[in-house]
Design a protein around this ligand. Structure first.
Ligand code: KIV
Length: 289
């Protein structure tokens, strides 16, 4: 399949696999609502992830841990309304898949039926492989996520690079292979040294999508709000900011306030008229009261 055939119509998990086989980099961005989905989809991005990062960049939470299934579904539905082409991935939030496999399958199903997603993503390695298998067996494609897994940042001692010792790198490799064998169609590698990510990418048959994992991954993902400069609290080392939308919006807000105060807005263009004779009649009636 040529790259041309992949563009234009809805992207499937087979297209993602084909891109790996053909050495064509896979693009992925987060989207959280209708306008970001429109922008990302129309920008030709292959995969739109409704990430649980929305807890931090949209809802203002300290971490992704408090994000609920209902919040995720609400945002997924908005993204699905805006996207036509990209593969849609719903991120399973903390405790929606860890406690029981049956509950994980039911929650993954909600992402498809209610959230209108094409696939789901969940964090973890060997410890979630049985869960991944059960969700895949239910007919729902699963994207894995290893390395820095923000839902378990507390257990990891914070947001830290993973796989920096030979022992840890081997564990990452074992996790990746377990996920692939369990049926994941792609695996996100977050905050992993580039040579380790390269070794995983070369060893795995399914594509790797890197975030802070170097240029050898089969694809790259970053958080939309980091890309456009809309998140104020911190910028991870692995982010390249492509726009400063926050300053653009801030200028617009200040200019609006000034125009209102100076009575420069609304101007005639933004105002509805009334025929002179109707206005006169109205004012005459008012005078007569
Ligand atoms: O929630 C998210 O945005 C993610 C990406 C960082 C991969 O999981």
């Amino acid at each position: 399949m040529s790259e041309k055939q992949v563009t234009g119509r809805k992207i499937s998990i087979l297209d993602i696999q084909t891109k790996k086989e053909q050495g064509i980099p896979i693009t992925m961005l987060t989207a959280y609502d209708y306008p970001t989905a429109l922008l990302v989809d129309q920008g030709g991005i292959d995969i739109l992830l409704v990430g649980d990062s929305l807890g931090m960049v949209v809802l203002g939470l300290e971490s992704t841990v408090p994000v609920t299934m209902d919040e995720m579904i609400h945002h997924c539905r908005a993204v699905a309304r805006g996207a036509r082409r990209g593969l849609l991935v719903g991120d399973m939030p903390f405790m929606s898949y860890q406690a029981e496999i049956a509950e994980a399958v039911r929650n993954a199903g909600r992402f498809m039926k209610e959230g209108r997603m094409d696939t789901v993503k969940l964090e973890g390695g060997r410890e979630v492989s049985e869960t991944v298998r059960a969700i895949v067996d239910a007919g729902i494609p699963v994207m894995g996520h290893i390395g820095l897994t923000p839902q378990s940042a507390s257990k990891m001692g914070g947001f830290r690079v993973q796989g920096r010792t030979a022992f840890d790198a081997m564990r990452l490799m074992d996790d990746a292979i377990a996920l692939e064998e369990a049926g994941c169609y792609a695996i996100v590698l977050e905050a992993v040294p580039a040579p380790v990510a390269q070794a995983l990418t070369e060893r795995l048959k399914v594509p790797t999508i890197g975030i802070g994992a170097g240029a050898s991954c089969d694809g790259q993902v970053i958080v939309f709000h980091d890309l456009v400069g809309l998140f104020d609290r911190f910028t991870p080392k692995f982010v390249r900011q492509y726009a400063d939308v926050s300053n653009v919006i801030s200028d617009a807000v200040q200019n609006f306030a000034q125009d209102v105060i100076n009575r420069a807005f609304p101007a005639a263009d933004h105002t509805y008229s009334i025929d002179d004779d109707q206005l006169k009649e109205f004012l005459d009636q008012l005078d007569g009261r």
